[in-house]
Design a protein around this ligand. Structure first.
Ligand code: ATP
Length: 315
């Protein structure tokens, strides 16, 4: 569905995207992750045909999005962070308006059903709550029955229940066989929704793969954490050399945790030492993300994207 080779984008002196390669297959949910200013929006807007690239090959549904062909636009859907739509229209009318832009739209009832706005079908847009408004944004992106849907930070600003609802909507769409390309700052969202993720930092893809497997990279190893009470004996040297110790708190990052855990628990049992709050965990996607982007994110003092700039659709 999407094939990117050697994509570059420069804005004057700024190299926003520096030679990325990506492939997204039909039916996949693909998430592009990265800190503020990493190049996500630039990449997505090139794929949507809203920005020109500086170099590289891009094919979306077999089209070059840079050519802005009507047949291409009819087959993609874009859900922005906010859609400007006449507040005096009802939900049903707004959806019908957007359906009218496309050659073979989804039936209105199906759109309304997919996003869960059946009870608001006759409510005026201006009277919708924030969460309902975001459902309408999703509905408008779906109206044309796109094969490929772009979702830009689909749950930014949602309360926890609304996020879960939005995730279910996205899952429903994936269940219909739609290909979904989303950007997000939320690792749990990517972990829950995406078949594959790519992490972009400074315009370069630094990791790519299924969210579970990314965590298998050696950048983030199994973490062992526990606390020693002040009166417990110190760790033996073979364990101490693997540990970061702060006060009584001990953290170990291990490639091969089993032998170390064996030694640790054997030592604790033989000495009668309690390993308070012993916690052994595989790195989560968030751990991997922070390892890969930590320095880049720390350098960025800017507020998160939604406050700085929201991509809006105007019709
Ligand atoms: P965010 O998470 O903050 O939305 P992003 O990953 O979407 O960030 P981009 O918006 O693609 O990042 O920006 C990448 C880089 O390109 C940044 O350094 C940004 O300042 C710069 N940039 C983006 N758009 C323009 C523009 N129209 N003109 C000049 N520079 C731009």
């Amino acid at each position: 569905m999407i094939e990117i080779r050697g994509l570059r984008k420069t804005y004057g002196e700024v190299e926003a995207v520096r030679g990325i390669d990506l492939t997204v297959a039909r039916g996949e949910v693909f998430a592009l992750l990265g800190p503020n200013g990493a190049g996500k929006t630039t990449t997505v807007e090139i794929l949507e045909g809203h920005r020109e690239r500086s170099a590289g090959d891009v094919s979306v549904l077999g089209f070059d999005p840079g050519r802005g062909e009507r047949a291409f636009k009819a087959r993609i859907g874009i859900v922005l962070q906010e859609t400007s739509v006449d507040r005096y229209l009802t939900v049903a009318e707004a959806i019908d308006l957007f359906r009218s832009y496309y050659p073979s739209p989804l039936p209105r009832a199906q759109v309304i059903d997919l996003v869960g706005l059946a009870d608001q079908a006759n409510t005026r847009v201006g009277k919708l709550s924030g969460g309902q408004m975001r459902r309408l944004d999703m509905a408008l992106g779906l109206a044309g029955d796109p094969e490929l849907l772009f979702l830009d930070e689909p749950t930014t600003g949602f309360d926890p229940a609304a996020r879960r609802n939005a995730w279910e909507v996205i899952r429903n769409l994936a269940g219909l066989g739609k290909t979904i390309f989303l950007t997000t700052h939320y690792m749990d969202e990517a972990q829950y929704l995406a078949d594959r993720v790519a992490i972009i930092v400074g315009g370069v893809i630094v990791a790519e793969g299924p969210p579970g497997n990314l965590a298998g990279r050696d950048v983030a190893r199994t973490r062992v954490r526990f606390e020693l009470s002040p009166d417990s004996p110190g760790l033996p040297p073979s364990l101490r050399e693997r540990a970061e110790i702060e006060g009584g708190r001990v953290t170990m990052q291990l490639d091969d945790p089993l032998p170390v855990l064996h030694e640790l628990t054997g030592w604790a049992l033989s000495q009668g030492v309690e390993l308070i709050g012993l916690h052994v965990a595989q790195p989560s996607l968030e751990d991997v993300y922070l390892e890969l982007t930590g320095s880049a994110a720390a350098e960025d003092d800017a507020p998160p994207a939604p406050e700085r700039r929201r991509r809006r659709r105007r019709r």
